[in-house]
Every structure is written in structure tokens, then in C-alpha cells.
Design a protein around this ligand. Structure first.
Ligand SMILES: [Zn+2]
Length: 223
């Protein structure tokens, strides 16, 4: 091997190494090596908070990051004029992530529920320190909060893309947590069949109501 090739190889493998994360343990008792930060925004998505992002609360496993980014890319095609917002993920090195019980090994991601405004346009739920970055929002049983209505088509399409993209990368979705009382609406969308066959939804009520956000756990091999 010539010296140049060797140097190139060493440099490349270091870059490859540092950009690949390694998760340890479980979502509720784990950690993360080489966690990567989600971008603050893209063509059709934004982060829930600049402050929370600066506080280091939007790190994930590198595989999860690429699944999320590619899914948003695909949604630009399949769901034009639709905007998405992601929320809490975890710390760069994982570990306890209050007030969440999970989010410890880079494989848990919260997404804000996609909504339409009173004009029927895709919009973002408001997320700021005054409503606990959106987590205090409560939808009524018909899926309404102030001028916003849950966009179930956008939500279902997002879950489908996340699942397809995960499989493309040789991993999967472990489970999706979303309010069991609102879930039936997802099965009235055109993605109903796909969701039924491919997605494992939470059946029980969890410790907080998951109406303003949905929680996704990815299945990526950990050490
Ligand atoms: Zn969560």
C-alpha cells in the first residue's frame, strides 16, 4: 500500500468511525457513544426549540438521524406542502433524560403531532417555554386544540416513511406510542393497511398522554 493510500484509508476510517454511534443498554437504562445532533431545520421540518437544542437535548444515534432525515426528504415528495416538527430526543452521551423515562440510548425520538390551522393549511403546534415546549398542549377528543386540528394523514405518512426507511437501513421501528383514544383515526387514512401490518402501537395509556406528540423507539442493535 502506498503511503498516500494508507493515509487516505486511515483518515477515511477515522471519519467513518467518529460519525457512527454505538448504543448501550435499553431506552430506559442505557447510554450512547458518538451521539449526533439533529439539524435545526430542513425544507419541511423544524426543531421544537432553539434553547432546548442548545441545551443538547436533540442528539440521537447516527442511524436514527439518517432515518429521520431521509424520511423527511421522502415526505417532501409524498406529502408536499406539509410541515413537521420534531421534539425531544436525548443527550449526546445518552443516560437519564428528565422528565422522560426512556430516551437514554439514542433510539427514542418524540415528534410533535402534525396539525392543520383554521385555513386548512399544514402548520406547526406552538412550542415555547410557556407551554413546556409544546408538551402541555392537550387535544380534545375530536383532535382539536385552539385553532389546530390533528392532521392524521400527515402523521400516518410520517410513520410509514420512518418504517420504510428503517427497513432500508437494515433496522426497524420497535414501537410507536400515541394516545390510544386518538389512534383509531390513523386507521381511517389510506395508510391503514400498512400501519396494521407493520407498526406496533402502544395499546395502554402511558405515564403521560401522547396526544401533542408521538414517541418512536427505533430498533438498532446495541452493545
Ligand atoms: Zn418520548
Amino acid at each position: 500500500m502506498s503511503r498516500l493510500v494508507l493515509i487516505t484509508f486511515v483518515l477515511f476510517s477515522q471519519v467513518a468511525y467518529s460519525s457512527t454511534s454505538v448504543c448501550h443498554g435499553t431506552t430506559s437504562n442505557g447510554s450512547l457513544e458518538n451521539g449526533v445532533e439533529l439539524p435545526s431545520d430542513g425544507n419541511n421540518f423544524v426543531s421544537y426549540s432553539t434553547v432546548a437544542r442548545l441545551a443538547g437535548r436533540t442528539y440521537v444515534h447516527s442511524t436514527v438521524k439518517s432515518i429521520i432525515i431521509n424520511s423527511y426528504k421522502n415526505l417532501e415528495e409524498t406529502m408536499p406542502n406539509t410541515v413537521y416538527k420534531y421534539a425531544e430526543t436525548g443527550y449526546e452521551s445518552g443516560g437519564k433524560f428528565r422528565p422522560h423515562k426512556t430516551h437514554q440510548n439514542g433510539l427514542s425520538v418524540d415528534f410533535m403531532t402534525p396539525v392543520k390551522n383554521e385555513k386548512g393549511q399544514s402548520d406547526h403546534l406552538p412550542t415555547n417555554p410557556f407551554n413546556k415546549f409544546g408538551y402541555n398542549i392537550e387535544f380534545d377528543s375530536s383532535g382539536k386544540y385552539e385553532e389546530f386540528t390533528i392532521d392524521y394523514d400527515a402523521l400516518a405518512a410520517h410513520i410509514v416513511e420512518l418504517d420504510k426507511e428503517s427497513k432500508k437501513q437494515g433496522v426497524g421501528l420497535w414501537r410507536v406510542i400515541f394516545d390510544p383514544e386518538l389512534q383509531p383515526h390513523l386507521f381511517k387514512t389510506k395508510h391503514s393497511e400498512y400501519l396494521k401490518t407493520n407498526i406496533q402501537f402502544s395499546k395502554k395509556r402511558s405515564w403521560v398522554r401522547h396526544d401533542e406528540h408521538y414517541h418512536v423507539d427505533f430498533e438498532v442493535p446495541c452493545r
